[in-house]
Structure formats: C-alpha cells, structure tokens
Design a protein around this ligand. Structure first.
Ligand code: SF4
Length: 640
C-alpha cells in the first residue's frame, strides 16, 4: 500500500472525450517522485519533438508529488508542465495554495491531458469521479467570474479551481493558470497551452486523505516549525512583510531591476516598498495549506484604481516587474496591474518585462505613439502600464505584439530593438540582477526554462553578509565557505553545481522554497526525515540530490531534442555592459569569464563542452538510459 500518494494517475483525451486511469508501480514513483519529473516523464515518453506547442499534440500535465498534502508547512505546490509556447522548450511552473492538496484528496497524483476539445470545457474531479463539462458560458470570462459560476453550478463553495482567463483563451504566449484567483502557475505560458486545448478550468474536491507512514513524526516536525520558524531571519521577514520586503533590500544594494534593467536602483522604491503597501493597501495576511508563515498579502484600494482584494496582492517579483522595471512608482497602479494579471490570467513577470521593453523602444523612437495604442509610453507612466496589461490580454493593438513575448516582439519590430529584449531562450528576465549576483547569472543562462530565478539559491545567501545559519545549514552539501556575491569563478561554479540539485528536488516534490533549507527553517535533516515519515521510504540526502539531478537532466534532454544547444545558454548583451547608476553602478559580467564559467559548468555536469548535450555516462548514472536515443541523435546532428 502506498503511503503519501494514491498510486493513480488520471488520463484525459480532450479530442475523443476518453477518460482513463493508470496505476504506476512503486518503482515509477520512487524514481520520478512527482511534480516536474512526472510531467517531464510523460512529455518525453509520449510526445514527439517539434510539435506545435499550441496544437493538439502538446501534452499538458498537472502533477502533485508523493508528499503533496502532508500536514506540514510547504507541502502544497503542484507542477503544470507542457512544451512551452513562449520558449519552444520545456515549460513548467509550480503554484502554491490549496489546489495541489485537494487534487491528492480527490484521489489522483497527476492528470495527463492530451488532444484538443472541439468546444470549451472544464474538468470536474470529485473523490475519484471525473466529468468533462461544457464551458461555453465561461469562455471569455475573467478568472473571478468563471470561478464564481463554476462554484454555483457545482453547488459547493469549497471546490478548488485552477483556471485560465481571457489571456489563455487568446493564446498570449505567457498566459498563466490561476488557482483561488491569486496563486499562479506563472511562467512559460502554461495558460496558453490550456487555452489551446479549449480547457477553461479544472475543478477539484476531495475528502479522502492518503495514509502517511509515520504521522507522529510529521506532527512533531510541523509543531517544531510552527513554534520556532521566527528564529530564521529569512522566514521571519517573509512572515512580517511578505516577499515585498525584498523591494527595499534589493534597492539599497543596487539590484532592484529598474527601467528594463538599465539600472539597479529605483529612486522611488520607497513608494512601492513593503512599508508603503502595508500603510496604504493592506487588508490581511494569508497562507497556503498547513503553513503558518502566511506570507501572502491581500490588498485593497479605491483610488486612483479600484483594487479587488479577491485577487490577493503582488509578490516581490510582480511589484518589481510592474513597478520599478517600468519606472512606475504608483503602488496602487502596481496592485491594480497585478489584479488584472490574475483576472485575465497573465504572468506578471513576462507582462511587466514586455511593457518595460515597449517603454524602452518608445523612448528610443522604435514605437510611435500611434503604434502604442495612443499612449505616451514613457517609463514611469503608470496609467499606460495598467492599460497595456489589459491590451496584452485582449491582444489589442500593441498588446497583440507584446503578447508574443519580448523575443518575438523584437524579431517582428526589428530596428535593433533586440538590444532591449531581456530574455533567455525567450523567457523574460525575472527580478534579480546577474551583474550583482554572478551565480544567478549562470543559472539564468543554463536553466532549461529560460531566465528563471528559482534554479538555485542566490549568491547573497552565502556571501560575507549572509546570516551564519544559512552557511551552517549548507554544510551537509559540502559547502563550507562564504563567497563574494558578484564573482563567477570556479568556486562559484562548484557552489552552483552543489546547490542546483537540492533546489531542483524542491520542484520535484513541490515543496515551498520559503520553508526549506539551506536558507529557510527546515534543514536537510528535516527534509530527509519528513520524506521518510510521509512515504515510509528509507531515504537519504544522496537520493534527494540524485532525484534533483535527474530532473535537471530530463528537462535538459527535452530541450536538446527540440534543437536547443550551447548558444541558447547565454545572456542578453546588456548583462555585459555596466549598470548605469546606483550602489552597483559599473558592475557588469565579463564575457570571457562567463564563457569559462559555462565551460566549467558543462564539465562538472559531465556534458559535452561543445554542444551542451549530457553524456551517455551521466544519463546512465541517473537511471535515464531510456533517454539515450534522444541525445545520440542530437549529438550526430551537431557533428554532421
Ligand atoms: S511560506 Fe508562504 S508561499 Fe510557502 S507555503 Fe507558507 S504561506 Fe505558502
């Protein structure tokens, strides 16, 4: 009997309407464990390369893990994976909240969705029963309107719903999936894939929790967390102010992305800081399933914009992308734009950075006022920023161009605009500065998802100002020294190679990074103990690191077979030019040093230094021998 999971995976073919169930064995679950790895497994096994990500051949996977729904802080996240319409490579994104645990309690560990429905539908899953229901009346509705209608229709206010808004229906390449109107599978355009399948929502309701192997240990560690988490400086800050506390912290060190990454210092950062948000807009703090940190913020305003508290409030990434990156200092406008992103189903990071790109193009005469929907699209124009969010979701005027993401927008616009397109592999930059954090820059470059700030802990967590507890908690990984923040030398590459599998494992299991070490409260020992207590498996940090490495390689192989190679592991030109002003003015990455770091990273990973393709030995070592034909054909193509 499985502990922690159901042993059941739901399969839905939207073209034929066929619903079936698969019951993989324990070996499958122990090898792939959940989330990102389960999604990648089905994409690699059952989808051909080079298919249209917005066509019926794409496969969309919603995946919990073997531990999702355990009653302890941080065990709530689920992954959505598919081929990304934004990057053309692997797409995936994790979301927090309550939807992941509810799917588990409804009887399934994952849902594998194929085909394309001929008309709008939604899925209704309740305690092992599954229905495909008509969604014609929901199409075109915001997430808030659709959620309300579905709950009324099912006559149950406790139904948890993951759904898309008009942006997903309109195939905006960075459309997201939203659950509870405020938790998003944000990055890489999973909402557009859902829209392309005419799938508006997945509603779940479950009343059957799985058995856990050792409930006493889980309860003891959950209580230990609840009683002591404020001792951890990082979790304490997140609890007190939410992730918005980062706005000021990033700004004073010159790494708050400002005006499309021209600067790392925003002169009006105080106006969009955590303190400003709490003073002007704060309603209450909220959290996720079984977590006492309550780091989410619910905001409300009436002037100059009405901000609906039902849509939560912006996290740090959203505040910076829609705020400082666009030069916008009106915190109510930032909160409004965040609400619109959640209502229309848009990734706040890609939306903000697409608008920042357009603003820089406008200021340099590459986009006229007429082309900009009549807007004076200068940095700092809050109203223009808010109006463009809606225009992107509706593909209206300039919004239709920006809905394609900055890479495609620059290709269409031409005129040298690619120098303002801040992306890796087509995914827009998140709100962290590689010219200040060197390891982060390398992680942006090599991440299979494109620019992704959640590939590894950041350099600042292990530099000379970092709290000692972060260093202490990293010692089980063999990381014993503090390193300077902005370097990208061999010590830093080694640090990256040791931290990456651990961080990757958190995405395999769908664990919240704000609760787990090395930086947050739960240590590696706690992690091993919890996984054992939930599943009954005798596990170890070794197995955890290997599972994290397995994920990195599955995602890498997916991209290799789609034709990605070494040239895609690179950063925009701006990263090799100095930051214009602020405390980090003059910081830049050195091209030769960065090339050396990339080569050393490939060598440490056992990847071909000329192509970036994982070696046969490495794949065999990770029990991924079934992927060898994929990489061997790519290796031959690059030789010929
Ligand atoms: S730390 Fe915050 S995001 Fe993470 S599980 Fe707790 S409330 Fe959710």
């Amino acid at each position: 009997m499985p502990y922690g999971y159901n042993g059941r995976i739901l399969r839905v073919n939207l073209s034929s309407g066929e619903i079936s169930e698969e019951r993989p064995d324990e070996l499958f679950y122990r090898t792939y464990m959940g989330g990102s790895c389960i999604a990648a497994y089905y994409l690699l096994r059952e989808m051909k390369p080079n298919i249209d990500p917005l066509g019926p051949d794409n496969i969309l996977v919603f995946a919990d893990s073997v531990v999702t729904g355990a009653p302890a802080p941080g065990f709530n996240r689920y992954t959505v994976g598919a081929k990304s319409p934004l990057t053309g490579g692997i797409g995936e994104s994790q979301a927090a909240g309550f939807w992941g645990p509810e799917l588990k309690f409804a009887g399934y560990d994952a849902i594998v969705i194929k085909g394309q429905s001929p008309k709008p539908v939604y899925l209704w899953i309740k305690d092992g029963k599954v229905e495909i229901r008509d969604a014609a009346h929901l199409w075109g509705r915001t997430t808030g309107e659709a959620q309300k209608l579905i709950r009324e229709e099912l006559n149950d206010v406790r139904v948890r719903i993951a759904l898309i808004g008009p942006a997903g229906e309109n195939l905006v390449r960075y459309a997201c999936i939203v659950n509870e109107l405020k938790h998003a599978n944000g990055r890489t355009g999973m909402g557009a894939v859902m829209g392309s399948k005419n799938l508006k929502a997945i509603a779940v309701r479950g009343t059957n929790k799985p058995e856990f192997y050792n409930k006493d240990t889980i309860t003891r560690l959950a209580k230990h967390f609840a009683a002591n988490f404020l001792e951890n400086p990082s979790v304490r800050g997140t609890h007190r102010l939410g992730t918005s506390e980062l706005v000021s912290l990033q700004n004073v060190t010159g790494q708050l992305p400002t005006r499309n990454f021209r600067s790392g210092y925003f002169e009006n950062a105080d106006d969009i800081s955590a303190e400003a948000i709490h003073e002007k807009l704060f309603v209450k703090a909220e959290g996720c399933y079984a977590c006492p940190v309550t780091c989410k913020r619910v905001l409300k305003a009436d002037h100059p914009y009405h901000v609906d508290p039902a849509y939560g409030g912006p996290e740090y990434e959203s505040i910076a992308a829609l705020g400082s990156a666009c030069g916008v200092s009106d915190v109510v406008a930032v909160a409004k734009a965040n609400e619109l992103c959640n209502a229309f189903g848009l990734d706040t990071v890609s939306a903000g950075m697409s608008i920042a790109f357009a603003m820089e193009c406008f200021e340099n005469g590459l986009i006229s006022r007429e082309e900009a929907n009549g807007l004076e699209l200068k940095f700092g124009n809050a109203n223009a920023m808010v109006r463009l969010v809606e225009a992107i979701a509706k593909r209206d005027g300039l919004g239709n161009l920006l809905a394609e993401g900055v890479k495609r927008s620059a290709e269409k616009l031409g005129k040298g605009s690619e120098r303002f397109a801040m992306h890796v592999k087509g995914a827009e930059f998140p709100m962290h500065e590689p010219r200040v954090k060197g390891m982060l820059g390398l992680s942006y470059a090599v991440s299979p998802l494109g620019a992704d700030h959640l590939t590894v802990e950041h350099d600042t967590d292990f530099d000379f100002n970092a709290p000692q507890v972060f260093l202490d908690q990293a010692t089980p990984l063999g990381l014993l020294r503090r390193l300077p923040t902005s370097t990208i030398d061999s010590d830093k590459v080694r640090m990256f190679c040791y931290l990456q599998p651990h961080f990757s494992f958190l995405d395999v299991l769908g664990l919240c990074i704000f609760t787990f070490g090395p930086v947050r409260f739960f240590t590696m020992t706690h992690l091993v103990e919890l996984v054992s207590a939930i599943t009954g498996w005798e596990t170890s940090l070794w197995e955890i690191m290997k599972a994290g490495e397995r994920r990195v390689h599955m995602l890498r192989v997916f991209n290799c077979r789609e034709g990605f190679n070494k040239k895609d592991d690179w950063l925009p030109e701006r990263m090799f030019s100095p930051i214009e002003d602020g405390p980090a003015a003059g910081n830049k990455l050195d091209q030769e040093e960065f090339k050396d770091a990339l080569k050393l990273y490939y060598e440490m990973m056992n990847w071909d230094v000329n192509t970036g393709i994982p070696s046969k030995a490495k794949l065999l070592e990770l029990d991924l021998g079934w992927l060898l034909p994929e990489v061997e054909s790519r290796q031959m193509e690059s030789v010929s």
